[in-house]
Design a protein around this ligand. Structure first.
Ligand code: KG4
Ligand code: ZN
Length: 363
């Protein structure tokens, strides 16, 4: 089955065609991030206006070598996101579904980030799975099971204030770096590591790291960074050090708390997703940590019961999408539609900006 995916939840306009939820036939993204770099963050009205300009050329480009008869269904992000941006994708998808007489599948953007892990892979993830979605607006730790082949998502933890991506973006701004802050901090942190190796100062707090829950809190990082840099001259060297410290603090909390959930639930797969999953330090640390956990599981003499069922000793496999599939694009939306194929009549679809990862998509 070939699905045309459409994604316009924030400042990226995406259209992609994905076959059977795995093979990407085309994937086109236009971003207005450069425009928002000048203002230090996304201005919703400007993002929506750019979506209107980009949507038709982007969909056309994605369909370049295809005819409408080759497309089996249309998948579209209905939320969460900016209402003005979402509406552009939703109305475009509805119009195409009406004109071409195709089913339309509403998709939750956050669920899309999870299914990016099925794209372009020969060994797909297995359920039960644990997933950490880290994006500009969300930090969600969820369990995914598929009883009777239905996908069931349960939240076990999440941020109590700022999202992980938001923490990168806001602290980057304090350092005078452009939006989006994550890639900018990551580049400087890599430069620091190349020159001096790993940073060991631990200048910033690791909130909630030892608490017995799976929640996160990142809002204190802004104040800590502000206190550290006030009255200091921000030289390029100092900027690199602070970037490395910010990255180390965010990565350590995400990895350590998630590792405890992996040990508790022993899922078959651990899936990382969302824009922050593009971060190379986060990818490397999860790789290392999961290797250590699975080594321990295999060497354990006695079977430890997992929260999914006693006596099952599972070796968790780590999955993370290719870097370009972590940040917003439409291929994961089409992949999610294949796995959660609940087609609707075009009239029954609308933008739902306030969705959470477990929301029902009924209107
Ligand atoms: O998923 P995404 O593209 O959009 C949302 O759904 O929000 O995520 C965007 C977030 C931004 O906060 C951005 O700074 C962050 O992902 N990000 C990164 C990296 N690339 C993007 N954060 C850290 N390191 C990166 N390499
Ligand atoms: Zn996203």
């Amino acid at each position: 089955m070939k699905i045309l995916g459409i994604e316009t939840s924030c400042d990226e306009t995406g259209a992609a065609i994905v076959e059977d939820g795995v093979d990407i036939i085309s994937n086109v993204v236009a971003s207005s991030a450069d425009m928002h770099a000048k203002t230090g963050g996304v201005i919703p009205e400007q993002a929506a206006r750019q979506q209107i300009k980009s949507i038709i050329p982007v969909v056309k480009e994605a369909l370049k070598n295809m005819k409408e008869k080759d497309i089996d269904a249309i998948a579209v992000t209905v939320g969460p996101g900016l209402i003005g941006s979402l509406l552009v994708g939703v109305e475009t998808a509805k119009t195409l579904a009406y004109l071409w007489d195709k089913p339309i599948i509403p998709i939750n953007h956050l669920v899309g980030h999870i299914f990016a892990n099925w794209l372009n892979v020969s060994k797909p993830p297995h359920f039960p799975a644990l997933a950490l979605i880290v994006s500009g607006g969300h930090t969600d730790l969820v369990l995914i099971t598929n009883p009777r082949s239905e996908i069931k998502i349960t939240v076990i933890g999440g941020t109590r204030d700022d999202a992980a991506g938001e923490a990168f973006d806001k602290t980057a701004r304090l350092l005078g770096l452009p939006y989006p802050g994550g890639p900018a901090i990551s580049r400087l942190a890599q430069e620091f590591k190349r020159k001096y190796g790993k940073t060991k100062l631990n200048l910033f707090p690791r909130p909630m790291i030892n608490e017995d829950n799976f929640d996160f809190s990142f809002s204190g990082l802004k104040t800590a960074v502000l206190n550290e840099i006030k009255n200091k001259k921000i030289t390029p060297d100092y900027q690199e050090l602070i970037a490395a410290e910010i990255e180390a603090a965010i990565v350590e909390v995400l990895v350590e708390k998630t590792a405890r959930a992996i040990q508790k639930y022993q899922p078959n797969s651990f899936l990382l997703g969302g824009g922050v999953a593009a971060n190379s330090a986060l990818r490397e640390k999860f790789e290392e940590k999961i290797y250590l956990i699975t080594k321990d599981v295999l060497q354990a003499k006695t079977e430890k019961p997992s929260a999914f069922g006693s006596g099952i000793l599972r070796r968790t496999r780590f999955h993370v999408p290719e870097v370009t599939l972590c940040t917003d694009n439409a291929a994961p939306i089409a992949a999610a539609a294949q796995k959660m194929y609940i087609p609707k009549f075009w009239k029954n679809i609308s933008a739902l900006p306030e969705l959470t990862i477990t929301s029902k998509l009924e209107v």
